[in-house]
Design a binder for this molecule. Structure first.
Ligand code: GDD
Ligand code: MN
Length: 379
């Protein structure tokens, strides 16, 4: 069909249902909106498409910029999220809000080659596929847009995640892929849903065989702004791995919570040694200080990592800290009573001690999910 710039024919064009929705999650990407939009227009000539930006209330007002563009460009839509953060959930929300039968996900920062989109769509439609992944790690693909260090981490993560995949992808970490909306509608309730690696999550969740293919692309460097991949995000990746490998018997957050708890043991012993052995303070005083410091570091780490999507700040941070102290104190008391009881039943001392820790950790985890980080999901 002939496309011209006449506004009537443009509105006629956009009245037709889109065949492709491009989902672009954004977090502080204001400098990239005016680059990615013209690039999409250029690459997708002849295709009926729409783009959905899913913005997590970026401080740089990315959402306002998208809204401005949407006033003159009917292909542009915006989901502006206020209380939820996170790349995976943004992608899922964008995909589920699509009106097209096919959705693509890509970065806003021009790292993903938009000129590959028509070929991806063509492969998906002609091959009757469920999923097409743009891969950096098959022949003719290239991860050049990642720094040396990031490329190394990416390969290592890739290697680790192979165990989870229900389809052998060369680049399960790719943030650039296309799928049938039906597929995501089918599996979204089963997704882990947090963190950065939505494709890995999808491919670890598939309930049935799917038809898929990979197409090579060269990853470019980020246009402007900074990568959002942080240490917390990497930790979440390991959390995803462990929780999937544990076959969902263990709530993912509980694993992180327990790791933080282990770090608390180290802090506790370090403070105790320092105060009691080196500063020669009274044992009870040293013990109280060690308990307080380790509870505080546990709280800070859990706030930063385990419950990062409902992170407490400002005055909420201090309220949270107090409620965490209360929860952990009760947890310690319950653990204590359990330990004594088991020991009285002739359980070995080490088993009583171990069960004490598990009982306290379970209490602390569930109660702090409810009372300290209120809206946190514990799965
Ligand atoms: N809405 C929302 N919320 N968007 C986010 C969030 C978030 O919490 N975090 C990141 N984004 C957006 C960014 O604005 C960007 O458009 C896209 O998601 C990917 O984030 P980048 O910061 O550009 O990530 P990266 O380039 O370091 O990592 C990319 O490459 C990885 C492979 O090495 C991403 O494509 C990853 O998905 C991919 O795994
Ligand atoms: Mn990027």
């Amino acid at each position: 069909m002939k496309v011209d710039n006449n506004s009537n024919s443009e509105s006629h064009e956009t009245c037709r249902p889109p065949e492709l929705t491009v989902v672009i999650p954004t977090f502080n990407e204001i400098g990239n909106i005016d680059s990615i939009l013209p690039a999409l227009h250029k690459a997708l000539v002849g295709i009926h498409w729409e783009v959905i930006f899913v913005d997590d209330d970026s401080a740089d007002h990315t959402a306002a910029r998208v809204r401005e563009r949407a006033c003159t460009d009917p292909r542009v839509r915006l989901i502006h999220r206020l209380s939820i953060k996170g790349l995976s959930s943004a992608c899922v929300e964008g995909m589920l809000s699509s009106t097209a039968p096919v959705v693509a996900v890509m970065d806003a920062d021009m790292q993903h080659d938009e000129t590959l989109l028509p070929e991806m769509l063509h492969s998906l439609n002609t091959g009757n596929l469920d999923l097409v992944v743009a891969s950096r790690y098959i022949e003719k693909g290239d991860a050049g847009g990642l720094g040396v260090q990031r490329a190394r981490i990416s390969r290592a993560a890739n290697y680790l995640s192979q165990a989870l995949l229900k389809v052998p992808l060369s680049d399960p970490m790719s943030g650039f892929f296309m799928l049938r909306r039906e597929l995501i509608e089918e599996i979204y309730p089963m997704l882990y849903g947090q963190g950065f690696k939505i494709l890995l999550d999808i491919c670890a969740t598939l309930p049935r065989e799917i038809n898929y293919c990979e197409l090579p692309y060269s990853m470019r460097e980020r246009h402007t702004g900074n990568s959002k991949l942080s240490s917390g995000v990497m930790l979440e990746f390991f959390n995803l791995l462990v929780s999937r490998l544990a076959n969902r018997y263990l709530p993912a957050k509980f694993i992180l919570f327990s790791l933080v708890g282990l770090s608390g043991v180290v802090v506790h012993m370090a403070i105790l040694t320092l105060l009691y052995r080196y500063f020669l303070l009274d044992f009870q005083l040293s013990l109280v200080a060690a308990i307080l410091v380790s509870m505080t570091t546990n709280f800070i780490l859990n706030n930063r990592f385990t419950f990062r999507e409902v992170k407490l700040t400002g005055i909420g941070f201090f309220h949270g800290l107090l409620s965490f102290y209360a929860v952990c104190s009760i947890g310690a008391a319950i653990g204590f009573v359990t330990g004594i009881y088991l020991y009285s039943l002739s359980f070995p001392w080490w088993a009583s001690g171990l069960i004490t820790t598990v009982v306290s950790a379970l209490w602390n985890f569930s109660m702090s999910s409810i009372f300290t980080w209120k809206s946190a999901d514990s799965t």
